[in-house]
Design a protein around this ligand. Structure first.
Ligand code: FE2
Length: 159
């Protein structure tokens, strides 16, 4: 998958997101090969919560704020709606009983995977085609600051 250098901080986090989705699915299915994922529900819930709090929120916000202006209204609406739904599912999972928890985590993993693939296959190529190089460079610099440098400092993700 070709990706402009500027959007790479987002894409490298997408790899992490896909790994989390994979781990959740395998863990929920009780699969022995779950890429190091926890096998019990509380462990899977904390995996989803850690991902949502420490990576996903700042990531989603960066996408909406930095790419939003360059997307179509429909794509922007879908971007926001899916980000909000992913956060909602983790919130619902936190307070759910075990049978419902399983459903929320599974819905979260499914949507996360679909969402990331949509961004990588459709949304980012569109943005790369519709943003001039200077703007893309500015976006890249801001992504570097928000997602790479801030995290390397050990600072909490920006909310
Ligand atoms: Fe993303």
């Amino acid at each position: 998958m070709k990706r402009s250098r500027e959007l790479r901080p987002l894409s490298s986090e997408h790899h992490q997101a896909l790994l989390v989705a994979f781990q959740l699915k395998k863990g929920l299915a009780g699969h022995p090969e779950s890429a190091g994922a926890p096998k019990d529900l509380p462990g899977l819930l904390s995996l989803a919560r850690r991902f949502e709090e420490h990576l996903f929120r700042a990531h989603a916000r960066a996408e909406e704020e930095l790419l939003g202006t360059y997307l179509t209204a429909d794509d922007m609406a879908r971007l926001r709606a899916e980000h909000a739904e992913l956060t909602r599912l983790v919130g619902a999972a936190r307070t759910a009983r075990p049978d419902a928890l399983r459903g929320h985590l599974s819905a979260f993993a499914d949507l996360l995977e679909r969402h990331v693939r949509w961004e990588e296959r459709e949304l980012f190529p569109y943005a790369e085609d519709h943003v001039d190089e200077a703007t893309l460079a500015t976006i890249g610099g801001e992504l570097e600051k928000r997602l790479v440098l801030a995290r390397a400092d050990g600072k909490p993700a920006r909310r």
